[in-house]
Design a protein around this ligand. Sequence first.
Ligand code: IPD
Ligand code: CA
Length: 250
Amino acid sequence: MSDVLLDNAVTAAREAGAHLRRAFGHGAVILSDAGKDLKISADKEAEKIIFARLAAVPGDAIPILSEEAGLVGDAHSGAGKIWVVDPLDGTLNFSRGIPLCCVSIALWENGEPALGVIYDFMADIIYSGVVGRGAWRNGVPMRASATQARSKAVFATGFPSGADYGEERLLAFVKQVQDYKKVRLLGSAALSLALVAAGAMDAYGENGIYFWDVAAGLALVTAAGGKYVKSQPDERWRCNVVAGAAGLQI
Ligand code: IPD
Ligand code: CA
């Protein structure tokens, strides 16, 4: 994986993050607020900044799958590579002034994660990783945890906007609360996975999560020595994902 692609993803994440940090706390412009979903203009503004930067790389045009724009470009160009972008993960947190939100940019190649960049722009922390090469938190190497027992593990999860809120699904959550030492719901799947890659948390799982929410985080966890299991995305790009420390039963 070329350094140009990683550098470009980091620059794109920093540029979008700087814009979002300036907008944070100044009142979100709400575009839609239906059911459990929320769309604000900041997502689209950040996406525009990221698209301009990613398109600046010469060579094969790599298609982009993004939360706001969907699939952009020719899916058959890019020699099996695809950018997967969530311009602002943790939209509700952002809109309420909760500083748990981030920019998430991944490159996947032939259905496998190749690199990931997650920018926690409120804390100014860049998580980056290249599968097979390593993962870094602000340039310092990071590893997934060595935790093996669920009773010692911190598990992150969430409930996507289109998820099953039926009692059976919620009973599975009760079981997680019982099994793990602690359960956390940060409101950002991407940030949760970055923290798993950094070894601060031990596992993450969410059913019906959108691929762009987890694409970069799964690359980071893999690059940091962790593991994941993901179902094939459905027609709306939703999948079931679990990821975590290599020695933990996930
Ligand atoms: C959401 C967050 C949240 C997860 C939802 C996502 P958004 O993304 O990642 O943690 O539970 O499934 O949709 O809407 O903030 O970009
Ligand atoms: Ca998202």
